[in-house]
Ligand binder design. Structure first.
Ligand code: A3P
Length: 288
């Protein structure tokens, strides 16, 4: 298999399949009413996309799951690599929901000019690194991750696709009061999905009956999504993500990092984490 390389664009390491279209991505024209779902990779993006979709379609599963999730809510960075392409997205009826992994400072300015809503989801760094390592083993769009120890070093130095996790979560945290943003945590959604679904509804100005909220929580549980071809990425282009060896819907748990971090790696991570996250009020739960 031909794996892609990382290239630096605007100070960010990015898959070359994305980097070659960088100008189109940066110049993307948002429209009033567009909603951005922003995350660092492996933070619960797909999960949030599915919750948001069901909220917007009043819990109507048939209407919502007529196509794979990555087609219904396109990824800003992949619009030149796979359907729906940029032209199709430009023609989508408003309000459009768009996914991005770009850091706060590289979100196309048109989103801010139109005061677009942003739903950000953050996941604790240890679980994100763990999930990203497993993901990069199947992500043809990224270099081979090598050993876990090598990968963890790269993750800590920010030399992975979409750059530093530390800068990403802090960038949106600091940006949240400058725009219309709901900042969510993977760990909170896992612990109490109903409450977080209600917070998303409130943010989007949506009211739904209790039974519908419960139905949305059920349909977006890990097992339901894992077994649903419209949510589990099974139809995603194999040239970008190859799931023949392992699955995109991997474990969906908080604290899985404990199965891969050695005691030594955890100590090094902690020491480095303190330095990088010292001056922020952002706090994560690393296990429930
Ligand atoms: P793991 O690799 O830890 O299992 P993203 O969508 O941002 O790429 O994030 C993928 C991660 O979210 C994977 O984590 C995946 O299993 C997890 N995930 C996807 N759907 C989920 C759900 N309904 N509940 C909990 N975790 C989910």
């Amino acid at each position: 298999i031909m794996r892609s390389k990382l290239m630096m664009v605007d100070g960010l390491p990015m898959s070359d399949i994305v980097a070659v279209h960088w100008q189109d991505i940066r110049n993307f024209q948002a429209k009033p009413g567009d909603v951005l779902i922003a995350t660092y990779p492996k933070s619960g993006t797909t999960w949030t996309q599915e919750m948001v979709e069901l909220i917007r379609h009043n819990g109507d599963v048939e209407k919502c799951q007529r196509a794979p999730v990555f087609e219904r809510i396109p990824c800003l960075e992949l619009m030149r690599c796979m359907p729906p392409d940029l032209e199709t997205v430009n023609a989508m009826p408003s309000p459009r929901y768009i996914k991005t992994h770009l850091p706060f400072n590289l979100v196309p300015s048109s989103f801010w000019e139109h005061n677009c809503k942003v739903i950000y989801v953050a996941r604790n760094g240890r679980d994100t690194a763990t999930s990203y390592y497993h993901f990069d083993r199947m992500a043809i769009m990224h270099p081979d991750p090598g050993t876990w120890d090598q990968y963890l070093q790269r993750f800590m130095s920010g030399n992975v696709g979409w750059g530093s996790w530390y800068d990403h979560v802090k960038g949106y945290w600091e940006g949240k009061d400058k725009c219309d943003m709901l900042y969510l945590f993977y760990e909170d959604i896992k612990q109490d999905p109903i409450t977080e679904i209600r917070r998303i509804m409130k943010f989007l100005g949506k009211k739904l009956p209790d039974a519908t909220v419960e139905k949305i929580a059920h349909c977006t549980s890990f097992n339901q999504m894992k077994n649903n071809d419209m949510a589990n990425y099974s139809t995603f282009p194999k040239e970008i993500i190859d799931q023949s060896e392992q699955k995109f819907m991997r474990k969906g748990q908080v604290g899985d990092w404990k199965n891969i971090f050695t005691v030594r790696q955890n100590e090094l991570f902690e020491e480095d984490y303190r330095k990088k996250m010292d001056h922020t009020t952002l706090k994560f739960k690393v296990s429930i």
